[in-house]
Design a protein around this ligand. Structure first.
Ligand code: GLU
Length: 440
């Protein structure tokens, strides 16, 4: 396959269609974004075409469908699930599992590809992977969620494992879901296997600091980037789109670092107070009412308005495809730090660059989660627990190192931080592929 590829002229990506003209199974808008970024980087860095083409498609994609019985005991529906390993060059697969109504193979493949670059940028010994279940978890009972998770685990049990592929939380999943995966896997193996997942509860081998890790990494990147553009954090205004694990921790830690968080939003709506929000107060409101709506000490604002607010820093920490060609011209922030995966389209990237908006890309900005997942995996395998301070200081060290090398590459080559991060990640993986060679 690799030799066949050499016959293609450089600069032309392999077709994204089957010989019969059908689009490839994973060829969806999100996949197109991930592969579009790869193609752009490949051109800039003059990537060897054999390796470039090999990187465009997932090495392994498992699609399962299984029956899911609702609590009423009458309804049985068919649920689709995915686990994708982008490439297995760098070590065991690593990446979250998301539960969402619109998950498809293209989305999971794109996310797996981003995990590859993310792990490579952070120098973690993992290959990129991702999983997903096409179901909206917000309407499920706890018993339904547990049955669904255990059955999905059973369906993918042959491809996961501490040395093979290690899931973690993502959108719609949490530490309890990880605990059920770990338990189901361990029951089949006949002994506890804590290293099969990360982001699990502390009681069964989770790591201190894992829950806050992504948000902590986002804020570390924000502080480094503010230094780059000579902005003092004290009084810097911040808006955060998304108030799940990543958004809420980012907002809390940004405020703790001295920034003024003026707006946050969740899936339904947002809140805005130009004088600054009290994050402990907002978090207490959400703990009680679940959503931000109705929070008394701020004005309501929509989920899309928040992106165009007059603030210094914007942290998109919700879902993909939020900053697009339509709203990018109206973004007033000077700095965007991507807590979510894939929140900015390629067209938006160009508009933001021409408006001098600095973007810290997802593959660096939200890499704190997988970095502490790596620490958790190490702890699980060694059965040795790190202190929270150790976790946080090692995380900060690795985030700062990664940010500095991305910033240096960006300066050297005169490219955006996103392009620099992609070049760094892709170069490391390409070098490893070259060393390993082709079998047989
Ligand atoms: N789902 C997270 C991400 O997108 C974390 C993955 C992990 O910890 O393995 O980076």
């Amino acid at each position: 396959m690799l030799t066949e590829m050499t016959s293609q002229s450089w600069g032309m990506a392999p077709s994204t269609h089957t010989p019969l003209g059908q689009p490839l199974e994973w060829d969806t808008p999100m996949y197109k974004l991930a592969v579009g970024q790869l193609d752009a980087a490949a051109q800039v860095m003059n990537l060897q075409p054999n390796i470039w083409h090999r990187m465009r498609t997932p090495q392994r994609a498992l699609l399962v469908s299984f029956p899911f019985r609702r609590d009423d005991y009458d309804t049985v529906e068919t649920v689709f699930g995915y686990r994708v390993m982008h490439m297995n060059t760098m070590g065991p697969g690593k990446g979250g599992i998301r539960y969402a109504a619109n998950v498809d193979l293209g989305e999971v493949t794109a996310l797996a590809m981003w995990m590859t670059w993310k792990c490579a940028v952070m120098k973690l010994p993992f290959s990129g992977a991702k999983g997903g279940l096409r179901i909206d978890p917000t309407h499920l009972s706890a018993a339904e969620l547990q049955r669904l998770t255990r059955r999905f685990t059973a369906e993918i049990i042959d491809v996961i494992g501490p040395e093979m592929d290690i899931p973690a939380p993502d959108l719609g999943t949490n530490e309890q879901v990880m605990a059920w995966i770990m338990d189901t896997y361990s029951a089949q193996k006949g002994h506890a296997v804590p290293g099969v997942v990360t982001g699990k509860p502390i009681e069964i081998g989770g790591s201190l600091g894992r829950k806050e890790a992504t948000g902590r990494g986002v804020v570390t990147c924000m502080l480094e980037a503010l230094r780059m553009i000579d902005l003092d954090v004290a009084g810097t205004t911040v808006a955060v789109q998304g108030f799940g694990n990543v958004g809420s921790v980012s907002a809390r830690l940004a405020a703790r670092a001295g920034a003024k968080v003026v707006a946050v939003s969740d899936v339904h709506s947002g809140i805005y107070n130009p004088g600054g929000l009290s994050l402990p107060d907002v978090e207490a409101w959400v703990a009680e009412h679940r959503w931000l709506e109705g929070y008394p000490h701020a004005d309501p604002i929509s989920n899309t308005e928040i992106l165009e607010l007059l603030v210094d820093v914007l942290i998109p920490a919700a879902v993909e495809n939020q900053i697009t060609a339509e709203n990018a011209p109206h973004v007033k922030a000077r700095l965007i730090v991507e807590g979510a995966n894939g929140p900015t389209t390629m067209e938006a990237d160009e508009i933001l660059a021409s408006n001098d908006v600095l973007v810290v890309p997802d593959v660096v900005a939200n890499a704190g989660g997988v970095t502490v997942s790596y620490f958790e995996w190490l702890q699980s395998r060694q059965q040795f627990m790190w202190s929270e301070d150790e976790v946080n200081s090692q995380l900060e060290r690795l985030m700062k190192e990664a940010f500095a090398s991305v910033a240096a590459t960006s300066k050297e080559r005169g490219v955006s931080l996103r392009m620099a991060a992609l070049i760094l990640g892709i170069t490391r993986v390409a070098e490893a592929k070259r060393r390993r060679g082709v079998f047989p």
